[in-house]
Design a protein around this ligand. Sequence first.
Ligand code: SAM
Length: 246
Amino acid sequence: MELTEREMSAAPADWFQRARWWAGSRLWDRRAPKWEEEGAAGLQSVIDAVVEAAGAGPGTVTIDLGCGSGQLSVPLAKQGAHVTAVDISSRMVELVRERAAQEHLEHLSATVSPIERLVLPPASVDLVVTNYVLHHLRDADKAAVVRAAATWLRPGGQLVVGDMMFGRGRTDRDREIIKSKVATMLGRGPGGWWRLTKNVFRFTLRLRERPVSMDTWVRYFESAGLVGVSPRSVVAEAGIVVGRKP
Ligand SMILES: C[S@@+](CC[C@H](N)C(=O)[O-])C[C@H]1O[C@@H](n2cnc3c(N)ncnc32)[C@H](O)[C@@H]1O
């Protein structure tokens, strides 16, 4: 059974948070039409790892946080899961709805909301998944989303987070990842140099790219009361963390 919009009530937010959401929704509306070929294609191994770890089956009540154009929601719905896909971008949500209609996925619905604002009934879902979304959130909001997801899960339910996972250069692993990302962008010519400049700005000021290390994710999961927390590196910069509601 999917959750209805009525069951998802909104949490309050201050004006600064609202301004961030407005800017985020505009940005992702613009990126939506090309996300499938230009963005998500490069993330396929992480998407596959999240879908596999989710272990969804017929009737698994699932929430996909920051669904994009359906990269997790569509394969999970094809496995029979009853998926509610949530995204801040109305254009992304339209794309998910179009795909659900084209592929006759009756148990895939999509709704527009910032994930920080989502409030679901306690113990109402079996699975919460998210891929390459939470690094956009402020750290306190990442931890709050994990805590919220833990309350939505039924006993035995799972949270699976896929994302870029590295810190700000404190460990050898962080430095290796940052060095390799810089080298890749430098090698792409003027387009890459421009992207590098923007990313350095965003990463150092933590404006839009706010990844945290895998250890930090494990800490968020454990302090939310999730058990059996297991992190796994998928590609150099990215990994998944899985935890279960006791
Ligand atoms: C990098 S894309 C990832 C999309 C998809 N999960 C995937 O694996 O390809 C990030 C997505 O998160 C959404 N997003 C960013 N911030 C959000 C927020 N605060 N609440 C809900 N969605 C958000 C964007 O609109 C975008 O669709």
